[in-house]
Ligand binder design. Structure first.
Ligand code: GLP
Length: 264
């Protein structure tokens, strides 16, 4: 795991956006894995600006989102498809047919999960996957106890996740307890994974993910198995890490090496 600790949440968004822009410069046909939640919002705003300024184009890219509420149609304001349209897709030059979000209103959701996996394979696999982190260590909607090699499937949300996400729903509005999510195995198949976490309320999950054991009790700890996982944190989210000075030291060394290499 590469652990990058930056002063503020804005720095985290900028670092993440740069990774996506670089990926698209390297390969305009990139397949990008995207996430919802409040953490990626600032990153998406930066991508929109970059696209409007013509610094980057999504015209040849494809995207796959991590998850969706089961039981919400694409036009439901709380659906993740709606979120993506509002916060990214409507404002960039991506082809609508190149954006995929699991179908929360599929007549046969089990078959839809299988098809989603196949769609990812047919696209050539995900090059760069963006992740947020649940307070309980979930990634996508892979809640604690999720199989570490799981594939896209229906998952029941924990009461903690339902409570955390209640802020997006009106009082009395139907809030689904089920979701369709890429599995941990699906996420681990991505060429590169970048997880963003900001704020004090993520500090415990961050510590479990980086310094805890590899365990289904903290699904994000599965990133310890990935060959190219980058975890980008602000100071608040990194606050509980025991080896924080070591991670800062490695990053300084990485930056120095990069400078030397780019000078040559
Ligand atoms: C939801 C999403 C996750 C996201 C998490 C954290 O549960 N399914 O993909 O990472 O929320 O959200 P936030 O970034 O708002 O803290």
């Amino acid at each position: 795991m590469q652990i990058v600790i930056l002063p503020t949440a804005d720095d985290v968004a900028e670092y993440g956006a740069t990774l996506f822009i670089r990926q698209l410069h390297k390969n305009p046909h990139s397949v990008l894995g995207l996430a919802t939640g409040s953490t990626p919002l600032a990153l998406y705003r930066l991508l929109i600006i970059a696209c409007q300024q013509k610094t980057v184009s999504f015209a040849k890219a494809k995207t796959f989102n991590l998850d969706e509420y089961l039981g919400l149609a694409a036009d439901h304001p709380q659906s993740y498809r709606y979120f993506m349209q509002q916060h990214l897709f409507n404002a960039i030059d991506i082809l609508p047919s190149n954006t995929a979000v699991p179908d929360g209103s599929a007549a046969d959701p089990v078959a839809a999960c299988k098809q989603y996996e196949q769609q990812i394979v047919d696209a050539g696999g995900i090059d760069l996957q963006l992740l947020g982190l649940g307070r309980n260590g979930h990634i996508g909607f892979n809640e604690p106890s999720s199989g570490l090699r799981s594939r896209t499937r229906i998952k029941t949300l924990t009461p903690a996740t339902i409570a955390d996400n209640a802020r997006f729903f009106e009082q009395g509005e139907y809030q689904p307890h089920l979701s369709i999510t890429m599995g941990i195995g699906t996420i681990l198949d991505a060429g590169k994974v970048v997880l963003l976490a900001t704020g004090t309320n993520k500090a415990k999950a961050v510590k479990a993910m980086i310094e805890g054991p590899l365990t289904a009790a903290c699904p994000a700890s599965a990133l310890q198995l990935h060959q190219q996982a980058i975890v980008v944190l602000d100071e608040a989210a990194a606050a509980e890490l025991t080896d924080i000075e070591f991670y800062r030291h490695i990053e300084r060394e990485n930056q120095a090496l990069l400078k030397r290499l780019t000078r040559q």
